[in-house]
Design a binder for this molecule. Structure first.
Ligand code: HEM
Length: 418
């Protein structure tokens, strides 16, 4: 959607600056008067909440890095030093550790919103793909950050995950081992591994920030979709971003901060694993090596498959497949609100993902393993088979003629409009 700028520089200096670098104009057009659908619900506030989460992680992380020592013999103690000796160090560390969890909570809600309302559909495919890339970068960043504490869980999580590459030995003998040793910088996880994880953990959030700029750029070409999935057709369908959504996003963010503060101040270790308060020991393997909660569904998929190589492929495929969602979903109708069959299978998919998370925390044996396999099967079956088929056969329910009609509760028109 091409917009004619409504920005009027109010002073001579502002005009002079605007002629040279129209950044204030851009901010005005993109965030002040930008036309938004008038019917967005609170699920649309999570993009803003995610931006807030990224800012919190960057700010707290940069200050933590001033005190943290990325060396094998000092890393664990430097974290304790931050907790006990550095002014407000405990707050910085708890905010950063719990901030990671809050970031994932928000991103999962953001993704669920996108899937329910079909936000990934044309013309927003690139926006969605950039989102999936951000998600991958977030996972890599969180994994590397967790390793820096150099506790038992950090150390063994790095050992398990880096060792996954050794499965490539079953394709070309020796290739996997060579790659793993190259990643480690030695013959086991150790000092050189820690240094490179630290370097990348510092770098990746800035890559994420760059991707977020592209994400919002790609969003502002078509604009946001909305719960009806019907595009803005007339002026009455939209409201300017400010003050309507600055207020709504600000309120949602405040609620989110209360939850965040609840964890930081009242249960700062609730989401963590107690073993990570034991310094890394290469000679003692913890009885259950479990990742942080937000990785559990993918960990369950990894362990559901008996072959190591196929397990690794399935785990990466479970995220990679999301890139193709815009084409796997064959329905002409965007929002699941008007998709009577799809809605229920999608709900089952979300419950299935939570079940995978539960199973990821359990030992892969007996019924846990059986359910892990069933849930893994449904995960892929839904995305690769059920979703395309429903799109072809489903008869959508009647839709309102426009966003305004929906808001005013006018009777639905036809089932044809998106
Ligand atoms: C650092 C992480 C992320 C940030 C800061 C971010 C930011 C945003 C913002 C500010 C919006 C507009 C407000 C909203 O619709 O909520 C948005 C929309 C969107 N995002 Fe993200 N996002 C992130 C991750 C993701 C991920 C992981 C995905 C998907 C895999 C994704 C997919 C989308 C889609 C499809 C929209 C358009 C929604 C619509 O118009 O219905 N985003 N994002």
């Amino acid at each position: 959607m091409a917009h004619v700028s409504s920005y009027q520089p109010s002073t001579a200096i502002a005009k002079w600056f605007d002629d040279r670098l129209p950044i204030v104009r851009m901010m005005h057009d993109q965030f002040n008067v930008f036309p938004m659908p008038r019917n967005l619900n609170y699920l649309w506030t999570f993009g803003g909440i995610l931006t807030f989460c990224l800012a919190v992680q960057l700010l707290t992380g940069i200050v933590l890095a001033m005190h943290y020592v990325p060396q094998e013999s000092m890393a664990f103690d430097s974290v304790e030093h931050i907790m006990r000796d550095v002014n407000w160090g405990w707050l910085l560390r708890y905010m950063h550790a719990n901030g990671g969890s809050m970031f994932f909570l928000a991103v999962y809600i953001h993704i669920v919103r996108g899937m329910y309302y079909g936000s990934y559909k044309a013309p927003r495919e690139v926006l969605w793909i950039i989102g999936v890339l951000i998600f991958l970068a977030m996972m890599a960043t969180a994994f590397m950050g967790y390793s820096l504490v150099w506790g038992q869980m950090s150390f063994w999580a790095v050992t398990v995950i880096t060792n996954l590459f050794s499965s490539l030995d079953s394709i070309i003998p020796g290739m996997g081992t060579t790659i793993v040793e190259w990643i480690w910088g030695g013959f086991s996880v150790g000092g050189p591994t820690l240094t490179r994880l630290y370097s990348l953990h510092y770098l990746l959030p800035f890559v994420i920030a760059g991707l977020v700029v592209l994400h919002i750029w790609a969003l502002h070409i078509p604009g946001s979709t909305n719960p009806t999935g019907i595009e803005i057709k007339s002026k009455s369908d939209s409201v300017p971003f400010h003050p309507y959504y600055t207020i709504k996003d600000g309120f949602a963010m405040s609620m989110f901060v209360i939850l965040f503060a609840g964890f930081v101040f009242y249960a700062p270790n609730f989401l963590g694993h107690p073993d990570n308060y034991i310094v890394a020991d290469p000679l003692v393997t913890p009885p259950h090596i479990v990742p942080e909660w937000y990785f559990l569904p993918f960990y369950a998929i990894l362990r559901a498959i008996p072959s190591k190589l196929l397990g690794v492929i399935a785990m990466f495929a479970s995220i990679g497949v999301l890139l193709f969602l815009p084409w796997l979903d064959t329905s002409k109708v965007r929002s699941a609100r008007y998709r009577p069959i799809f809605k229920w299978f999608l709900l089952a998919f979300f419950i299935n993902a939570v079940a995978l998370g539960y199973l990821g925390a359990k030992a892969p044996e007996g019924w846990y393993l059986t359910f892990g396999r069933l849930c893994t099967a449904y995960y892929f079956l839904f995305l690769l088979v059920i979703m395309p088929i429903i799109g072809w056969i489903e008869k959508p329910s009647a839709m309102p003629g426009s966003i305004t009609d929906d808001v005013l509760g006018k009777k639905p028109a036809t089932a044809k409009t998106r």
